[in-house]
Design a protein around this ligand. Structure first.
Ligand SMILES: *Cc1c(COP(=O)(O)O)cnc(C)c1O
Length: 367
């Protein structure tokens, strides 16, 4: 991978641009001697809550833990059903299963790659307790119909916002619309730390209080543990790094959007390629720029790019319902299954050079 001429993601320029600030933040933590749940975590939680427009933001160890703790804090229990998308990273469904609930997969919308909101109501049963939409690739799920169903059937909505920090839907930040938002700061995400990290957001005081307990071994007061929880705290170094990067997230996302729009222009009319749809009611933050390559040519095209040193990637080659853990009980979901054979994510990052975009598109045209 390291000798690729064009990687899928290159953060070096962004890190270089903020080098001094990052170093200062890092060294400040070393000098302070406070490494877990210190002043940077508290400050980051406040700054993130303000940015996202939510009452509470709770730092945790990863996006996966944000989902597990978020689900439990929202009251999801063993035996419950949670409706979700099969077209996501495994962690989404894994978290549902890890709290003892059952993920119920419904098919996706071929334009957005996100859950098809028309298919949710028929999947609701007496055991359904929540809907877990994923804003895949940074593209907002159509939240209005989901919130309407949640109200009608008394369901919780947990947003998997791991790929969409800073994205918006009808003027609201993603992760601030449902009952709980779950973010990941894995280094490759739009807002990335230099290690693992995650965040839970909510406007509900009770959910926030439970999430705070669960991340710290089920205790409000040290050594007076009340329920079974986790060791899932955000550490000071990651919080300090995130505090440096948060003020630049809008600019970074704007850079991704600009690159995506340039790709759209360069790829217009190229046979077998469908460029990503952009919902006019939302702000797509292009965690990935993902095209569809039709007529069975995806793998061929991907291989041809690889030969030229271009690091395109397939997110994800197998939809979650067809992975070993779920495949025996899974329904057939034709759109997700078809798109898993068509999607191809191209190199994108904030500030990606115009020449790189042209090089990728030239290679695609010849593939
Ligand atoms: C990255 C990701 C997660 C998991 O986040 P981690 O921080 O890696 O645990 C969950 N859901 C989606 C959609 C993701 O992309």
């Amino acid at each position: 991978m390291s000798n690729l001429k064009i990687p899928i993601l290159d953060l070096s320029a962004e890190i270089e641009a903020h080098w001094d600030e990052l170093m200062e933040a890092y060294q400040g933590v070393l000098r302070s001697g406070a490494f877990v749940m210190g002043p940077n975590v508290m400050a980051f939680e406040q700054e993130a809550a303000e940015y996202l427009g939510v009452k509470h933001a709770i730092g945790v160890n990863s996006g996966t833990d944000a989902l597990i703790i978020g689900l439990r804090a929202a009251g999801i229990q063993p035996g419950d059903e949670v409706i979700t998308t099969p077209f996501t990273f495994f962690a989404t469904a894994e978290a549902i299963s890890m709290v003892g609930a059952t993920p119920v997969f419904v098919d996706i919308d071929e334009r957005t790659f996100n859950i098809d909101t028309n298919l949710i109501e028929p999947a609701i049963t007496e055991r359904t307790k929540a809907i877990l939409p994923v804003h895949l690739y940074g593209q907002a799920v159509d939240m209005d119909p989901i919130m309407a169903l949640a109200k009608e059937y008394n369901l919780k909505v947990i947003e998997d916002t791991a790929q969409a920090f800073g994205g918006e839907y009808r003027g609201q930040k993603l992760g601030a619309i449902g009952d709980v938002g779950c973010f990941s700061f894995y280094p490759s995400k739009n807002l990335g730390a230099f290690g693992d990290g995650g965040l839970i957001t909510t406007n509900d005081d009770e959910i926030a209080e439970t999430a705070e307990m669960l991340r710290n071994h089920g205790s409000k007061k040290t050594y007076y543990n009340e329920v079974l929880g986790y060791n899932s705290r955000l550490d000071e170094i990651q919080a300090a790094i995130l505090r440096v990067r948060l003020p630049h997230i809008d600019q970074a996302n704007a850079g991704r959007r600009q690159a995506a729009h340039r790709y759209n222009e360069l790829l217009k009319g190229v046979p077998n390629i469908i460029t990503p749809y952009e919902d006019p009611n939302a702000k797509h933050v292009y965690h990935q720029y993902t095209i569809r390559v039709q007529n069975g040519r995806r793998d061929e095209v991907n291989n041809s790019l690889a030969e030229k040193g271009i690091g395109a990637r397939i997110y994800y080659p197998v939809p979650v319902h067809q992975l070993p853990v779920y495949k025996d009980s899974a329904p057939t979901l034709p759109v997700a299954e078809q798109l898993a054979g068509e999607v191809l994510s191209l190199p994108i990052w904030p500030g990606i050079d115009e020449k790189v975009l042209e090089q990728v598109c030239d290679a695609l045209k010849l593939a």
